[in-house]
Write a protein that binds this ligand. Structure first.
Ligand code: HEM
Length: 337
């Protein structure tokens, strides 16, 4: 009897083992097909496409440091390393080409009636100081800003890494600190000249004649007050472009005070860079007209004087005002030395 029970136990054990093997065998046979270990996992590319930022948590006050990866930054880098170079290159080189061609076609705008030998004061010491404060700081800001965009491509191969690093470090200091001088210059210029840059009826006539810029005989001269319509347009573009540069520039200079997110800082940089290169191109046009493009103009910003005939041809309404003041008070006009 005991033997029989022992046999039955053994048979039951073998059957149970066979059953377990029978049900488990198909599972292990199917496993490689059924379980895909990466099926539900998030792939890097998916994350980069869907998330604006990959962010963690931090216990320090600066929330920005919790950003681990900022995928949109790749678009910004593409803009900075490729697109901006095209925009800057086309606008600045394009402007230089236009100016050279214009000069070759037109030559300088001459004083048609020749020099009278009588000087008339066009800009006083304060006006010249403010102009040159703005101009010198602008030129340095322009050169050091362009170094950020084009330096690596244009200067690094010429200068070598060490000299380029040293120059770029100083260029960045200059760019940061001279922004204050430029801001002051633009503010003073705005206050000083706004009254002279409001539109008048004479501006319409000036614009209709294109300011005589395209008349190679130099005989077209629309009447103008101290600033003609072209100069007024330039003045207002300078005011708005400078405001845009100053606001975006200070946001980049003081990121922790401006409270910008990384994404908004990228936008501020894109804006600053695009307005900057267009601004440089525009000012090249101004520098051309204030120097080689117009005979007798540079003196206005050098020692403050222009020839009376220059004044009568380019700014006849202003010249009349000055002659009247000179007759009443004396002193605005004097013989050229
Ligand atoms: C760096 C080279 C520059 C030169 C050689 C130059 C030259 C001149 C000259 C000769 C004038 C007097 C024009 C006249 O008598 O009607 C003038 C005026 C003026 N300049 Fe400049 N300038 C320079 C840069 C700048 C810069 C960088 C700015 C501003 C960002 C600027 C803003 C102005 C303004 C607003 C006026 C008065 C309106 C006008 O004449 O267009 N200048 N400049």
């Amino acid at each position: 009897m005991a033997k029989l029970v022992a046999h039955m136990r053994m048979v039951a054990g073998v059957l149970a083992l066979a059953f377990i093997i029978a049900i488990s065998a198909p599972v292990s046979a199917q496993q490689p097909n059924m379980v895909n270990p990466t099926a539900d996992a998030v792939k890097e590319q998916q994350l980069l496409q869907q998330l604006n930022t990959i962010q963690g948590r931090v216990t320090i006050p600066d929330e920005k440091s919790s950003v681990l990866v900022h995928p949109a930054g790749r678009e910004w880098r593409q803009f900075h390393t490729v697109t901006l170079k095209w925009i800057g290159g086309i606008s600045i080189i394009g402007m230089l080409v236009v100016l050279v061609l214009f000069y070759l076609w037109r030559g300088p705008m001459r004083v048609r009636s020749g020099y009278s030998g009588i000087n008339i004061l066009r800009f006083d010491v304060l006006e010249r100081f403010v102009h040159w404060l703005t101009a010198v700081t602008f030129v340095i800001l322009g050169i050091t800003g362009l170094n950020i965009t084009f330096g690596r491509v244009l200067l690094l191969p010429l200068m070598g890494p060490e000299a380029f690093s040293a120059w770029s470090e100083w260029a960045k200091y200059a760019h940061n600190f001279l922004s204050f001088g430029f801001t002051l210059g633009v503010l003073l210029m705005f206050v000083m000249w706004i009254g002279r840059n409001l539109p008048t009826a004479a501006d319409v006539q000036w614009l209709k004649q294109g300011g005589g810029m395209f008349d190679k005989t130099n005989s077209t001269h629309a009447p103008a007050y101290k600033f003609n319509a072209g100069q007024k347009i330039l003045f207002w573009i300078i005011v708005f472009a400078s405001a845009a540069m100053i606001v975006s520039g200070f946001m980049l200079l003081f990121p922790f005070y401006s409270g910008l997110t990384v994404g908004n800082m990228e936008l501020a940089e894109i804006f600053h860079a695009i307005v900057g290169v267009l601004f440089v191109a525009l000012i090249l046009g101004h520098i051309y007209l204030g120097s080689v493009g117009m005979e007798g103009a540079f003196g206005a910003m050098a020692d403050g004087n222009v020839d009376l005939n220059w004044a009568k041809e380019h700014h006849s309404l202003w010249a009349k005002e000055e002659i009247r003041v000179d007759k009443v008070k004396g002193g605005a006009m004097r013989p050229a030395e």
